[in-house]
Design a protein around this ligand. Structure first.
Ligand code: SF4
Length: 473
């Protein structure tokens, strides 16, 4: 996937004009929040359940090196082959080599953010392999060649008419329909056929259990299970933070993930793989390969504050709570990860020069932190990124803010330090600011504040300050 995070502002402006995106986000946010709250209420003590989940993720990340070694030892003892990939190209090469060595032609894929991050599909297709996304949403965005709109609902914003036109154009179905169930059925018939003829299945991993060497996936469509059970070779790709110490703790995280993600107590399908087919089982792959991808994570792991983002379980709760994501959706973030978790993770992974607009597009309201079942303090990281930018701090490859902004802030600070300076400043700028007043509101302004007024009005400045008026009285 081509990274387009530097186009954040441009795409956000376009998305703000897209009526169906706005309508969809308004409704989705409300519905998911209600069902999420209701399902969290089914815990005997929801607060204690969240606290426990946060403690498990904090502990898992603090002990990451040791847990990964334990996971590798147990998964290998079970018969899986564990591969370590330093970066995306190494992971892609490992999977491509596995496919070419085994003369694989067709591959089915279960939904996986980490393979989007690595750009795996492009590499496989460029090397002549046929790749079929089997999650309905991923299948649609693969055909449309678009980034995911949301980590759980990658095509949740695409209008039914557009899906119908797409399926007709690609030969997925022959008769037009606007019935969502029929569209789903057409995609299912098309994809089910593929499962019979594929030689390799690729999935992501929701949790990797260190004490047993088990990988776990949760889903609602059953396509991941088919991808794991039908082809003779299974490759499961995980970013290194997916590991959890014990099965008991994994089960708790699973309960939290499902409730926060889709408002379910449990997803429709939970699959656990301990080993390849042992010979006396009716299905399952002959070979099980687990690729553990680092891709820069071990570098920022050394920073105790930055490593907090590795606690993320990709539930998506922070996105639908976020007032900024709630207006613009997932496209402006320009990569696999969007919303508050993407605003923290993307700068660490793809650099600050391309991602400044992401963490500056935040009101610091804190709803992401409050919603996060993994205990991530997103606003703290945004403030840190911004502070480094202001200081031109070389850590995190911070990019210094424009000198005009720094000069304005210096002047503002100077003015606010003495009452007489502030009063004088207000008197001096009032006529200038009020020049464009229409019906009591400032509708626009030239210069550095022009952008701010593009979508907002501001009440005209009163002719007299509050103090002036009190003095007159
Ligand atoms: S940052 Fe927290 S709320 Fe957001 S997706 Fe990750 S775990 Fe869920």
């Amino acid at each position: 996937m081509k990274i387009k995070s530097e186009q954040f502002k441009q795409v956000a402006i376009e998305e703000l004009k897209t009526r169906h995106t706005r309508a969809h986000l308004d409704v989705l946010g409300l519905i998911i929040k209600q069902i999420r709250d209701a399902s969290m209420g089914t815990f005997p003590d929801p607060t204690a359940a969240i606290d426990l989940g946060r403690a498990i993720r904090a502990d898992s990340v603090e002990r990451l090196p040791e847990l990964l070694e334990e996971f590798e030892k147990n998964a290998t003892a079970n018969g899986a082959v564990v591969h370590w990939a330093r970066d995306a190209s190494e992971a892609n090469q490992i999977i491509l080599d596995l496919a070419l060595e085994r003369k694989v032609k067709r591959i089915t894929k279960g939904k996986s953010m980490v393979t989007e991050e690595a750009g795996l599909n492009e590499v496989l297709v460029q090397n002549g392999l046929e790749v079929f996304e089997t999650d309905l949403g991923e299948f649609i965005i693969q055909l449309l060649e678009r980034p995911p709109f949301h980590i759980q609902g990658p095509a949740a914003n695409i209008p039914v008419q557009e899906i119908c036109d797409l399926f007709l154009e690609k030969g997925i179905m022959t008769e037009p329909t606007l019935e969502p169930v029929e569209l789903g059925h057409a995609a299912r018939v098309f994809l089910r056929d593929k499962f019979h003829h594929v030689e390799m299945g690729i999935t992501g991993v929701n949790f990797a259990v260190a004490e047993t060497g088990t990988i776990l996936n949760v889903e609602n469509e059953g396509n991941i299970r088919l991808t794991k059970s039908s082809p003779p070779i299974q490759v499961s790709v995980m970013s290194l933070e997916k590991v959890v110490p014990t099965m008991q703790e994994t089960m708790h995280m699973l309960r939290l993930l499902c409730r926060n993600c889709t408002g379910q107590k449990i997803g429709s399908y939970v699959s656990m793989d301990n080993s390849p087919n042992t010979g006396d089982e009716i299905d399952g792959p002959r070979e099980l390969h687990i690729v553990i991808l680092d891709n820069g994570r071990s570098t920022f792991y050394r920073d105790p504050q930055a490593r907090e983002i590795l606690r993320c379980i990709r539930c998506g709760a922070c996105m639908l709570e976020c007032p900024v994501y709630g207006k613009i959706g997932g496209y402006p973030y320009g990569w696999a990860y969007s919303g508050p978790m993407g605003q923290v993770l993307n700068p660490l992974m793809i650099g600050r020069e391309k991602t400044q607009d992401l963490y500056r597009a935040c009101t610091l309201c804190g709803v992401c932190k409050a919603a996060c079942p993994a205990g991530i303090d997103h606003p703290k990281m945004f403030l840190r990124y911004r502070a480094h930018d202001v200081e031109g701090d070389p850590r995190d490859n911070a990019t210094r803010r424009p000198w005009q902004e720094a000069a304005f802030m210096e002047m503002f600070t100077w003015a606010t330090k003495r009452r007489w300076r502030w009063d004088l400043g207000i008197r001096a700028v009032r006529p200038f600011i009020n020049r464009r007043v229409e019906q009591g509101f400032i509708r626009g302004m030239k210069g550095p504040l022009e952008g701010w007024f593009e979508s907002r009005d501001f009440p005209a400045m009163a002719k007299k300050t509050f103090h002036d008026r009190m003095r007159d009285k």
